[in-house]
Design a protein around this ligand. Sequence first.
Ligand code: GTP
Ligand code: MG
Length: 370
Amino acid sequence: GETITVADLAQKLAMKGGEVVKALFKMGVMATITQSIDHDTAVLVTEELGHVALKADADNVEDALLAHVEETQGEKVVRPPVVTIMGHVDHGKTSLLDYIRRTKVVSGEAGGITQHIGAYHVETDRGVISFLDTPGHAAFSAMRARGAKLTDIVVLVVAADDGVKPQTKEAVQHAKAAKVPLIVAINKIDKSDADPLRVKNELLGEEVVAEEFGGDTQFVEISAKTGQGIDALLDAISIQAELLELTAVRDGRANGVVIESSLDKGRGPVATVLVQAGTLKKGDYLVCGVQYGRVRALFDERGEQVPEATPSIPVQVLGLSGVPDSGDDFVVVDDERLAKDVAQQRDAKRRESRLVAQAGNRMEDILAQM
Ligand code: GTP
Ligand code: MG
């Protein structure tokens, strides 16, 4: 294993060599300043001396991690679009996602039913499309927090019998602020009081202009109940995706983002991640927020094991040390040590900032009582 001289360890701890020798002696380890001690002993004595044993300094490991992300370079290839569904309450977002999942995700032989893993992908004649099955606003909050794009296209669901409502307008604002193109799905077209023209007119007020009115927004009339227009909607998404010319590096170590996570009684921590670059494989070491681990298994939305996942494809990951937060980044690294170091550094940092925040709160309490 790894070793370090007592002198080097003392230097890292900003202590005198003699103090470390003394602490080691108390632990029953005889070592002089120039002698080497093993990794575990170094961690023990460091903790004995009241320090948190961080195996490398924080900036170094984060740099090493960043290098891993930057190394995933090379020829970019076309990748599928990642779609988020937004719209006013009860306008049919869940029904639409469920209809597509039920009819377009071919269920696995074993279970016969598709899994709810927070995201899924479908294959159409025009190519693959990935859907995030999370509330639209959650996807956008995660995007804002990360300053990165998680979704390429928003499908705005507007009920044809209800028209434009506050959350419809909010969704338009979100998409515009994030510069994500919209496709309008006028839903519930099967209803007798459906009025698609009214929806188009009302959206003019939000500067969402249908192609037939001289604008550049695709409108598709659908029914999430009967399935009418769903294929046309999938086509519209593929057309929009082609215009966006979405690409990603496909080879090399993967990185991406956590969509959803949970603790499963039998399987341990489970995270649904969206690969954004590279290829995630079974056996990979990864850092995921403050968690780390080795990919024990990957599952798709049909609950079937898959050997790998490429850009824009969501996949369930087993083998993490704990449950990451949705919106966390994940990065594949070349060895477990680095994965562990980064995760532990981040965890220590997070604890530290929590302590600082708590101290701040206490200070405010004291000041408030004065
Ligand atoms: P929230 O998650 O509460 O915001 O609602 P939602 O947008 O997910 O709507 P949901 O899919 O739950 O649908 C609301 C209601 O509208 C349900 O009773 C659906 O059965 C019904 N519904 C959804 N789509 C259609 C449709 O195309 N036609 C008809 N007739 N009913 C629909
Ligand atoms: Mg819903």
